[in-house]
Design a protein around this ligand. Structure first.
Ligand SMILES: [Zn+2]
Length: 161
């Protein structure tokens, strides 16, 4: 698949788990190997990935890489830091297009095929289901998505920068 210049992807160190999850929710390809300390693997990430670190020696050892040194302790503020530093706009995002566990794109599946694999009330009230082909987790639009969209809106709320 041709990648365009605005394709933004990341490699995050293990102190940035919640930030990584949000980046995946926003649709960004984000490598985050839990349990590996940042300094020991992050430099091995592909060249096109923007390295995300909170560790000074990781920053200082990777001056030849695209890298963001994350200052905030708070995951919400960390996302906002990235949006501001990298100039990310809502059009760069594809919310809820990626499995938050596996980091791969989810695909739509036939509603009948998930019957019995999601709670009955969900199956009865939802028309769109997506699945991760790796972990087989099934995703559907629910109240958690509405809440997440509210948070995403606040990520981009320029007023409060
Ligand atoms: Zn998955």
């Amino acid at each position: 698949m041709p990648s365009d210049d605005r394709d933004i992807c990341f490699a995050a160190e293990d102190t940035l788990g919640k930030l990584s999850k949000w980046l995946r929710i926003l649709g960004f390809d984000t490598v985050y190997p839990a349990g590996f300390a940042g300094g020991s693997w992050i430099h091995t990430a592909e060249e096109n990935r923007i390295l995300l670190t909170r560790t000074r020696h990781v920053r200082d050892r990777n001056t030849d890489r695209k890298l963001v040194f994350v200052n905030s302790n708070d995951p919400f503020e960390q996302v906002r830091e990235l949006i501001q530093i990298l100039g990310i706009v809502p059009a760069d995002t594809k919310p809820f297009s990626r499995c938050t566990r596996c980091n791969i794109q989810i695909r739509q599946v036939d509603r009948d095929s998930v019957r019995g694999r999601v709670p009955d009330y969900v199956w009865e009230t939802s028309t769109i289901f997506q699945i991760c082909s790796r972990c087989r987790r099934i995703y559907w639009p629910g109240s958690h998505i509405k809440r997440s969209y509210d948070i995403i809106e606040r990520f981009f709320d320029a007023e409060s920068f």
